[in-house]
Ligand binder design. Structure first.
Ligand code: FAD
Length: 403
């Protein structure tokens, strides 16, 4: 009987083992994770869980009993040290384990600030793991001063929680605008204005020179323009790197992540990869997606292919972010866009629709679930309505789906 081993007990790993069992896989299944807890959702770590609005049990993707009930061996607190792809074995906690099929769902690692500029001072945090948030949460006290480095979604979500809890928030973004890597200027303007209304001090186009410390703890920062910002603690949200170290050391091909084919196979037989760590073919390019929907769907596709489905994974990218009372929903990928069309629905709802030439490629919808839903379906169907039709708030969006 086959033994499938999955390394990385996060969103993708948990989805993969559940899918194997739901599809009737009868062999042995082992899920190995470095963290001391069962697989959990990461998005609430910078949203409801950080805010204190969500219990730990609700964070778990499945109750811990699910794994034993489904005859899945869950090994927590166990970091896989190496893989021997010839012998089809791996080492974990000094033990050698054999596999027939191996799935790498090792996620990603947050970038940290270098030690030379104070990155190792006490009070400097990243937001990736549950333990990061549990350690940081007691600092979220009324009137505490927090400096956030990086104006991407995680930094902005942390700023939103901090401002709501009454902290004094300064956010520094080195690029000339927040969200520059992922969104159009229109979306950056929307969120800058939203944060200003909630009292967050956003500094764009200025970098961090170094963090200042006293007795080993952070007390503030000096920016590249010479400004000094006092801070009781610092949150660093400056991007992530795919978790490829284990695969690379095992001789598996890496190309901006663990390189997989359309069915999730790596360059080495019987080794698969999915989720944040995997780069895969998409519309003639090779991409990596850092999102929950991708982790789930790609991992489920790998499970199906291990069982012989021979089915390509066709990504349907979508993402969301919650800040204050705004729900942002994103459909598609805006790579290479050359035009952004604004569709204002009412005072609280607005959408920015991205076109590349005549092709609709992505939608950022703020408090506009209908715009998001229709945009997503149009993109997936390869339909691109005339931009003027989209901009007209009287257009019946749903009718466009039938056109
Ligand atoms: P992960 O969930 O990171 O799991 C990987 C696991 O592998 C980790 O537990 C790690 O410890 C383990 N591991 C790594 N190496 C080893 C090893 N050698 N041995 C054993 N275990 C190992 N996405 C959205 O779509 N919407 C959002 O709003 C959103 N918000 C987010 C907010 C935060 C704060 C963060 C951190 C992420 C957010 N994301 C969001 C991204 C989303 O959570 C990730 O894309 C998703 O978790 C990826 O799943 P994964 O299984 O690939 O990786």
């Amino acid at each position: 009987m086959k033994h499938v081993v999955v390394i990385g007990a996060g969103q993708a790993g948990s989805s993969c083992v559940a899918k194997l069992r739901n599809s009737g896989f009868e062999g042995d299944v082992t899920l190995i994770g470095a963290e001391p807890v069962p697989p959990y959702q990461r998005p609430p770590l910078s949203k409801a869980y950080l805010m204190g609005d969500m219990t730990l049990e609700r964070l778990y993707l499945r109750p811990e009993a699910f794994y034993a009930d489904n005859n899945i061996t869950l090994r927590m607190h166990s970091e896989v040290e190496s893989i021997d792809t010839n012998a089809q074995t791996l080492t974990v906690s000094g033990e050698t384990l054999a596999y027939d099929e191996l799935v790498l769902t090792t996620g990603s690692t947050p970038n940290r600030l270098p030690e030379a500029i104070g990155g190792n001072l006490d009070g400097v945090f990243v937001v990736r793991d549950l333990s990061d948030v549990d350690t940081m949460a007691p600092r979220f006290a009324q009137d505490a001063k927090v400096l956030i480095v990086g104006g991407g979604y995680i930094g902005l979500e942390a700023a939103s929680v901090a401002a709501k809890l009454g902290l004094k928030v300064v956010l520094v973004e080195m690029a000339d605008r927040i969200l520059k890597r992922v969104a159009a200027p229109e979306t950056s303007d929307f969120f800058r204005e939203l944060h200003h209304r909630h009292g967050v001090d956003i500094r764009e186009g200025v970098g961090l020179d170094h963090l200042m410390g006293e007795a080993g703890a952070v007390i503030g920062a000096r920016l590249t323009d010479g400004t000094e910002i006092p801070a009781d603690f610092v949150i660093v949200g400056v991007g992530i790197r795919p978790g490829v170290a284990l695969a690379e050391a095992a001789g598996i091909e890496i190309e901006n992540g663990i390189r997989v084919d359309a069915q999730g196979r790596t360059s080495v037989p019987h080794v698969w990869a999915a989720g944040d760590c995997a780069s895969f073919p998409y519309r003639g390019e090779r991409i990596r997606l850092e999102s929950v929907p991708n982790a789930i769907e790609q991992a489920e596709a790998v499970a199906a292919n291990i069982m012989g489905a021979e089915k390509d994974y066709i990504a349907k990218p979508w993402f969301w972010s919650d800040q204050y009372d705004v729900k942002l929903q994103i459909a598609g990928l805006n790579t290479g866009y050359d035009r952004v069309v604004t569709r204002r629905v009412d005072a609280d709802s607005i959408g920015f629709w991205y076109y590349r030439g005549d092709e609709l490629v992505a939608v950022d919808a703020m408090n506009d679930p209908r715009g998001y839903m229709v945009g997503k379906r149009l993109i997936e169907a390869g339909k691109s309505p005339d931009p003027e039709v989209i901009a007209d708030p009287t257009t019946d969006l749903k009718a466009l789906l039938k056109a």
